[in-house]
Design a protein around this ligand. Sequence first.
Ligand SMILES: C[C@](O)(CO)[C@H](O)COP(=O)(O)OP(=O)(O)OC[C@H]1O[C@@H](n2ccc(N)nc2=O)[C@H](O)[C@@H]1O
Ligand SMILES: Nc1ncnc2c1ncn2[C@@H]1O[C@H](COP(=O)(O)OP(=O)(O)OP(=O)(O)O)[C@@H](O)[C@H]1O
Length: 278
Amino acid sequence: MALAIQAPAKLNRFLAVLGRRADGFHELELVTTVLEGVADLTDSLEGEPAPELTLAITGPMGEGLVADESNLVIKAWRLLEEAAQRPLPATLRLEKRIPHGAGLGGGSSDAAAALRLGNQLFALGLQEGELLRMAGRLGSDVPLFLLGGTVLGLGRGERVFPLRPVPLEPLLLAHPGLHVSTPSVYRALQDVGYPFPEALASQPGGTAPPWRNDLTGAALWVCPPLAEVRDALRDTGGEPLLCGSGSCWAARYDTVQARDAAAGRISGERPDWGLWRV
Ligand SMILES: C[C@](O)(CO)[C@H](O)COP(=O)(O)OP(=O)(O)OC[C@H]1O[C@@H](n2ccc(N)nc2=O)[C@H](O)[C@@H]1O
Ligand SMILES: Nc1ncnc2c1ncn2[C@@H]1O[C@H](COP(=O)(O)OP(=O)(O)OP(=O)(O)O)[C@@H](O)[C@H]1O
């Protein structure tokens, strides 16, 4: 019987870079919200046992993605096979609605969905701790999608802890169709210089974490046209925040009305941009 798992996008409302580690990764402090329930910004992974492993990719954001061993869904499946010590042949269908290279974690979310799907489909009985370890091997962003909700991320982002939900303000996400490479943004931190973050723990108790992304300068260095999206959102009265390593921006507004007016204006001026209301 076929099973389907939803794979939502994420928003890092707080991303502090604490420094560069000996292994080349960066030590981070992150507060991330998994954007559950936003249908047009959620991938779907469906599968059923079959004679051999195949992956088909469809959906509005499927173009340009390859369904080979480089795909995070297949990489996750191979880790499941390693844990099960046997092949897990299945027909997999991935419906892509999250743009890739946008900082919304779509590939990571698909990988987490694949771990859960394979574990259920073949009744592997892998426990949460084991799945989290496998997720961390696939990518720094993958474990947070296994938790869902609002998540504190430490280390390179893979050490995750559930937080009390931080309510999101009315948001407008704008995607200019540019693809920004995450490694190139982290590398550019050397060129633009490090910020000097106060630790999240030093924020006054009870307040929401600040709207902050220390990768912004580096991403603008790598991809200067990103500034156009930031400025367009600012012109509508929003407070823009770069999503992860870009290229999407999320702007927060005081009211739903202000956000909806902004969406109307930007969709008229920039019909080529992807827009999502959250
Ligand atoms: C920008 C974020 O999306 C914020 O959540 C993540 O930090 C990126 O997470 P991700 O895409 O899962 O990243 P990974 O696949 O683990 O790493 C991709 C590349 O990004 C850089 N990288 C990533 C995470 C980190 N803490 N420090 C890094 O320097 C490394 O060059 C690494 O080779
Ligand atoms: N199933 C997948 N969906 C999207 N990208 C994938 C997938 N499998 C592999 N990739 C590769 O991973 C890269 C990053 O994809 P992803 O959608 O996670 O980017 P992102 O939104 O910038 O995420 P992050 O903020 O985690 O860097 C893509 O450019 C693509 O080459």
